[in-house]
Ligand binder design. Structure first.
Ligand code: S3P
Length: 435
């Protein structure tokens, strides 16, 4: 385990390019493996989580060729996965664990077991098991709801499924299974969540329609995908944005970030708090599903912040950035409240507990609630030591807290950042004076 110290920074200047999008890369690997013709992917994220996905689709029969700037995935088609005797290892990747079973559920007569690391083994899969069973697959999970779990593929029935929680992972799982079902499959979302699966399916020639909260896909014989371009990850960009907002005198450009409206909830929350971010962000969409992902640069400057309230309908649009909202709240004037975010308890760590305990250890004044947290802004943070608990976003949170703190922060378990952002520490250092 590595401990890295982040000293208080004077100011951040320059341009940083965040790594490419983790969510979109997972989907590119899975849809690429489902296609028959080769799929070229420019900007595939080569981080631990998304390498797990390449490993998984490789075992299922896809050939993955790594070029200098692109990957080529040669899939075996929708219904031809290879039989396996050993479990598929998803590592730390919750998205892989929840999306892949949608495809596997339609492999009639074949069974697959999925397992992963200690953190994955506490993350529930009953949320995908329930709709997949309704479609005709059989799922056996440990204690009824946890990995390791086995998916017994079947001929699938199409369903209309109302999601009990807003989850892009569960929505995506059902939509992928819908490709192999016997008719049109509809998912009803309580509130909008990230729509990368819908967009990539549209790019692959699948009839996919949105009608308010309803998303419908038709079954298909094949996916036809040629080139995919993966934009920068807005969730990784958010750490750079927060650093520039919090460290006095900063002014940076974050280049090539995805600007899909379903991923920029954090920037809208930040704007409400008084943060200065300028960029060409996507507007909310109507019922059309565009077959592409928008991309743009963000200009960010330091500035004072005020507290805000984040309600449940904003949560899925900023889910992975809510730890940063807690950090910003510590520096803001007044109170910052996040509600309706009980899903945070089921992430790579229990992010309500680890964020609240971690920031308290650095001098923050905040309380955990059942479904979020309440932060009393004190204008700053003292600093100290924080443990990542093996959670990449907590490691990066500690680093940003250190740059903005009075005394600096030592992050224990900093290597966790490699799950989504290899090179994170170097990118931050390059923005520092003399970096
Ligand atoms: C993801 C969806 C979110 C998010 C996760 C990635 C995805 O999870 O937290 O990091 O790629 O679909 P839920 O949809 O389960 O909230």
């Amino acid at each position: 385990m590595s401990t890295v110290r982040f000293a208080p920074a004077r100011r951040l200047k320059g341009t940083a390019t965040p790594p490419t999008d983790k969510s979109i890369s997972h989907r590119a690997a899975i849809l690429g493996a489902m296609a028959v013709d080769p799929v070229r992917v420019r900007g595939y994220l080569e981080a631990e989580d998304t390498l797990s996905t390449l490993g998984a689709v490789g075992r299922l029969g896809a050939l993955v060729q790594h070029g200098p700037d692109e990957l080529v995935i040669r899939g075996a088609g929708l219904r031809n996965t290879v039989e396996l005797d050993e479990p598929i290892d998803v590592g730390n990747a919750g998205t892989l664990m929840r999306l892949l079973p949608g495809w596997l559920a339609g492999q009639d007569g074949r069974s697959y077991t999925l397992d992963g690391d200690a953190s994955i083994r506490r993350r529930p899969v009953d949320r995908i098991a329930e709709p997949l069973r309704r479609m005709g697959a059989e799922i056996e999970a440990t204690d009824g709801r946890l990995p390791p779990f086995t998916v017994h593929g079947a001929r699938l029935r199409s369903i209309a499924y109302e999601l009990p929680v807003a989850s892009a992972q569960v929505k995506s799982c059902v939509l992928l299974a819908g490709l192999l079902a016997d008719g049109a499959t509809t998912v009803v979302e309580p509130v909008p969540s990230r729509d990368h699966t819908e967009r990539m399916l549209a790019a692959a020639g699948v009839p996919v329609h949105r009608n308010g909260r309803h998303v419908t896909v038709s079954n298909v014989d094949e996916l036809v995908l040629e080139d995919l371009v993966v934009p920068g990850d807005p969730s990784s960009a958010a750490f750079l944005v927060a650093a520039a907002v919090l460290v006095p005198g900063s002014r940076i450009t974050v280049a090539g970030s995805g600007t899909n409206w379903t991923r920029t909830g954090f920037l809208r929350i930040l704007e409400r708090m008084g943060g200065v971010v300028v960029g060409d962000l996507e507007d909310p969409l109507g019922d059309d599903v565009p077959p592409y992902e928008p991309i743009g640069d963000l200009e960010v400057a330091h500035g004072p912040l005020v507290g805000t309230v984040v309600e449940h309908d904003e949560v899925p649009l900023a889910i992975d950035e809510l730890p940063l909202v807690a950090l910003l709240g510590c520096f803001a004037e007044g109170e910052t409240i996040v509600r309706g975010a009980q899903e945070l308890r089921l992430k790579e760590s229990d992010r309500i507990a680890t964020v609240v305990d971690g920031l308290r250890g650095l001098g923050g004044e905040l309380e955990a609630t059942e479904d979020g947290f309440v932060v009393q802004g004190t204008g700053g943070l003292r600093g100290g030591t924080i443990h990542s608990h093996g959670d990449h976003r907590l490691a990066m949170l500690g680093a940003i807290a250190g740059l903005a703190s009075r005394e600096g922060v030592a992050v224990e378990g900093m290597e966790a950042a490699d799950v989504s952002y290899p090179g994170f520490t170097d990118d931050l250092r390059a923005l520092l004076p003399g970096g």
